[in-house]
Design a protein around this ligand. Structure first.
Ligand code: ADP
Length: 625
């Protein structure tokens, strides 16, 4: 059976293209400028292969002209132009890409990348145009032709006139309606900013006639309009330039121009990779926290360019959440873009780039930590919390990457230290990495629970961020050393037991049982403390959930019912203990009062509210009498 060819309903196809492919109308200009750049590139390639031709870069440019009165926007180029047949083929057949063909025929792979590939970009002009007119003269021909279309009902081609080879794409803009504005494409500043946004690094000059108000010569207050042809684009992107030629200042200017931040970047990373996926990237680690960084509004991501043309403003896939503070851009020729060039076809190349970038950022931070500690600590003040979230998130799968970037305040060093530094100082007999949690370093310093560990001369890490203890639970160990809260169960420290008779032990046991009964529902046990030296009481916790964690979880809308297993610890060497013993023997009412007071004191030290403040103060008055 003879195969039948598919037929396409061109009108419908065009309609689809114009209305469904692109999310942003302004990209029509990006597409036309990319085509113009391709057309000049083709001249460049011709000159490469044909010795009789010389390619003088100075003669090649793109010009965008605005004719406000007639609602016309024109994109002209001095490129290779199109013959009558090419106009018919390339602009008459949807999805036919002369540029793709050219690339294949000339086996182009290197350097100058031709942008076109799908054969649809041109039609995006119909998103804003009533009529599109293309006047073109092919290189080497002395005839020019005019292609014209209103979109839906086809096109015409007829002979025309044009001085030099190249192409003018003339767009007669649609009339604005109540809810659609096309007039914006007649404004210089608007067109200029669209060019800057998407086509800043097109490698040929994009010219515009720019009108500015200037002081009249000799006058101090009278202005006059002055029109001048200017090159709007930067052309050579900084990331394609040789690293050795670039100064710190160049990166800082780029950072400011791109509005990555108002600060100066703390660090830049310039990457040029040639390989399975080739790409250039410039990344910045900012100095200051963006004002919205720790809010839901903050969007992470890097700018993504394909062969110098901007594709995406914020490509989130390029950065892991824990490095969301990184700013910058990536440019690659190896991305498979979808038809609108607003998204990627599949993520293989992108994943490779993202993985690579992640490692580079981590290495940069490692180096900063190693060589410029003070700068790193500044960075850590701003973004350390993000690193901790990163370690805690995704079930801890990034812990290997992040654990050595963390810093905590040390009780003995009186400054921020890494886990590695801590472990390197541990005496041989020290079993655990100790930490204490609290609101601030000053408060932790005074916590009774730290007494034993501190007395032993061991270093304690201070946890003052909500997320700290959760991070540690996720890590569990560092270099095989387990983390241990100074307020947790067995501290692994030998203490000398006082000689005591069995009778004494029995009495003490009975006392603690009574006290525990008074505190039913509040603590799970009352015990003689091994960790207290000077203070009479403290609370400790048993099991996975610490008192600090309970506090944090209680502030969250979910998880309200969690409770840490609290233990009231009594310092049996403290004189208060004698009073307790005495009360136990002679005055049960007094024992209840003392128990209540001690428990509330322990709560206060822990930064927890007392159960009943009025009751508490009444009780204090009672013993003062
Ligand atoms: P693409 O650029 O993806 O190939 P387009 O629909 O934008 O698709 O353009 C179709 C074809 O028309 C291009 O491949 C190119 O051959 C031709 N073309 C478009 N604009 C120009 C131009 N300014 N100069 C020369 N040829 C052009």
């Amino acid at each position: 059976m003879a195969k039948k060819q598919f037929k396409a309903e061109s009108k419908r196809l065009l309609d689809l293209l114009v209305n469904s492919v692109y999310t942003q109308r302004e990209i029509f200009l990006r597409e036309l400028i990319s085509n113009a750049s391709d057309a000049i590139d083709k001249m460049y390639y011709k000159a490469l292969t044909d010795e009789s031709l010389s390619f003088d870069k100075g003669n090649f440019f793109i010009k965008v002209t605005i004719d406000k009165a007639n609602r016309i926007l024109t994109v002209s180029d001095t490129g290779i132009g199109m013959t009558r047949e090419e106009l018919d083929d390339n602009l008459g057949i949807i999805a036919k890409s002369g540029s793709m063909l050219f690339k294949n025929e000339n086996e182009l792979k290197d350097g100058h990348e031709i942008i076109g590939q799908f054969g649809v970009g041109f039609y995006s002009a119909f998103m804003v145009a009533d009529t599109v007119t293309v006047i073109s003269k092919a290189f080497g021909s002395d005839e020019a032709f005019m292609w014209e279309s209103k979109g839906v009902d086809g096109y015409t081609i007829k002979p025309s006139a044009k001085d030099s080879f190249g192409t003018d794409v003339i767009i007669k803009l649609k009339e604005s309606t109540e809810d659609e504005n096309f007039d914006e494409y007649l404004e210089q500043y608007r067109i200029r900013s669209i060019i800057k946004k998407y086509s800043d690094f097109i490698s040929y000059p994009i010219k515009m006639d720019i009108t500015e108000s200037r002081l009249k010569e000799g006058s101090e207050k009278d202005y006059e309009e002055h029109t001048e042809e200017q090159i709007v684009n930067s052309m050579v992107p900084i990331w394609r330039r040789n690293k050795n030629e670039l100064k710190q200042e160049d990166y800082e200017n780029f950072y400011a121009e791109k509005h990555y931040g108002f600060d100066k970047p703390l660090r830049h990373i310039h990457i040029s990779v040639e390989g399975a996926v080739s790409y250039n990237a410039i990344l910045f680690i900012p100095e200051n926290i963006p004002f919205d960084f720790y809010t839901k509004e903050y969007e992470k991501g890097l700018e993504l360019y394909s062969s110098g043309v901007m594709i995406m403003n914020k490509c989130a896939e390029l950065l892991p959440d824990y490095f969301s503070f990184v700013k910058g851009m990536v440019d690659s020729e190896d991305l498979s873009l979808n038809i609108s060039r607003e998204m990627l076809q599949h993520d293989r190349q992108l994943n490779l780039i993202a993985k690579n970038i992640k490692t580079k950022i981590k290495n940069e931070l490692d180096t900063l930590l190693k060589n410029e500690r003070e700068k790193y600590e500044g960075f850590y003040k701003s973004f350390g919390r993000q690193l901790k979230y990163g370690l805690y998130g995704e079930y801890g799968r990034n812990k290997e990457d992040l654990q050595d970037l963390l810093l905590f305040y040390s009780s003995t060093e009186k400054k921020m230290v890494t886990f590695a530094e801590y472990v390197s100082r541990m005496p041989e007999e020290q079993k655990y990495i100790y930490y204490a949690t609290g609101e601030s370093n000053e408060r932790i310093e005074k916590l009774p629970q730290t007494e034993l560990v501190a007395d032993k001369g061991y270093e304690i890490l201070y946890f003052t961020d909500d997320v700290d203890e959760f991070v540690i639970k996720m890590l569990h160990t560092y270099k095989e050393k387990e983390f241990k809260s100074v307020a947790g169960g067995d501290l692994g420290i030998e203490t000398e037991e006082k000689e005591s008779s069995d009778a004494d032990d029995e009495k003490q046991k009975a006392l603690f049982t009574k006290m525990k009964d008074f505190l039913t529902g509040k603590v799970s046990d009352v015990r003689a403390s091994k960790r207290l030296k000077k203070h009479p009481v403290c609370l400790s916790s048993e099991g996975e959930l610490s008192i600090e964690m309970e506090k944090i979880l209680k502030t969250l809308p979910t998880n309200q019912d969690v409770k840490a297993n609290k233990v009231l610890e009594i310092n049996t060497n403290h004189e208060v203990f004698s009073s307790l013993k005495e009360a136990a023997e002679n005055d049960p009412e007094k024992l209840k009062l003392y128990t209540d007071l001690l428990y509330n004191q322990a709560l206060l030290i822990e930064g927890l509210p007392v159960n009943d403040p009025v009751d508490f103060t009444n009780n204090i008055c009672k013993i003062m009498k």
